[in-house]
Design a protein around this ligand. Structure first.
Ligand SMILES: [Zn+2]
Ligand SMILES: [Zn+2]
Length: 317
């Protein structure tokens, strides 16, 4: 396909910098995003900004130029992906306590403490060295779809479970050179600080994450197996343009090699997992027996509701 036909772009960015009034900033920023007609999700906190947006080339260029006029964001790095359309349905800008949350139990400020930054080429070289351990700083359902060869993949379902995982696994990392990576780099900023605080001295992080590594001409995604899970409508993107794509994902139910994600049919679960076409039918697109039964129940209520007079209210919640 001719890349020049792709008229949309997806931006991924973050910066740890003080924002005095996150609520005010979020409100103004939302108006600005609406005016530009871009879509996406942006989190603002006292500690900084973390966003991913989509728009036409012109819209996203305007966004970047406008952001760089703000002295706080002049040097902010934008990871840019080409796309054929929007990757989001709506535009959200939300003020939060933190732009990325790790339940460490103490304050984490990457401007004061974080692991050493490695550019893609340095990270690739470091992966080949002796006495090195590579840790995937993403959740299990993300690393299931793709990860660096030989990486340790923590069995955690949310990012908040990482500090606990580190406490349980610190011994295997002590005395080794620890390399961490995540999607765009933001999670490693805090994750590496937790590792250092747990007594691990030699900690480095992949600058710009997998997304940047994939685009870097010196690495082109080398050593990455599978795809990278992303938090937009694309669900996943290709990473390894050096050695090509290798399927590593497995159906959550039957284990057959597969790389398609589905959302659990049980609405209050909505867990995202890899599922083959056959299992989607046999398990009613549910992640567990409990969800399968609950989803069935929801479906029956939904069916019953159709027979109620208009405005009769909802059952349950
Ligand atoms: Zn299956
Ligand atoms: Zn479920």
């Amino acid at each position: 396909m001719n890349n020049s036909t792709k008229l949309y772009r997806i931006l991924l960015y973050y910066k740890f910098v003080n924002i005095d009034n996150p609520e005010d900033y979020a409100r103004l920023h939302l108006n600005f995003c609406h005016a530009l007609e871009i879509k996406g999700r942006i989190l603002v906190a006292k500690e900084g900004i973390n966003g991913t947006i989509s728009g036409t080339v012109a819209q996203t260029n305007s966004y970047i130029s406008a952001m760089r006029m703000d002295p706080r964001f002049t040097d902010m790095e934008f990871k840019i992906d080409e796309a054929e359309g929007h990757a989001f349905k709506k535009m959200y800008v939300r003020a939060r306590e933190e732009i990325v949350t790790l339940n460490a139990g103490y304050e984490l400020d990457p401007n004061k403490l974080t692991g050493k930054y490695l550019i893609p080429e340095e990270f690739l070289n470091a992966m080949h060295k002796e006495n090195t351990i590579i840790i995937d700083a993403r959740t299990d359902y993300e690393s299931d779809l793709g990860h660096f060869r030989n990486a340790v993949r923590p069995d955690v379902r949310t990012f908040k479970e990482f500090p606990d995982w580190v406490r349980r696994n610190a011994d295997m990392m002590k005395g080794k050179r620890v390399l961490t990576y995540c999607t765009g780099g933001i999670r490693c900023e805090k994750f590496t600080a937790v590792l250092i605080n747990e007594g691990i001295d030699d900690v480095s992080q992949l600058k710009g994450g997998i997304i940047n590594y994939s685009k870097d001409p010196s690495t082109r995604g080398s050593m990455f197996e599978g795809k990278c899970y992303v938090f937009d409508e694309r669900i996943s993107v290709d990473v390894n343009f050096a050695e090509g794509y290798k399927l590593v994902g497995k159906c959550y139910h039957c284990g057959k090699p597969h790389d398609r994600y589905v959302n659990c049919a049980h609405l209050s679960c909505h867990f995202q997992f890899i599922c083959c076409e056959e299992c989607e039918i046999t398990h009613k697109r549910s992640c567990s027996k409990e969800c399968e039964e609950a989803a069935d129940h929801e479906w029956k209520i939904e069916k019953y509701r159709k027979f109620l007079p208009e405005g009769a209210g909802t059952i349950g919640n």
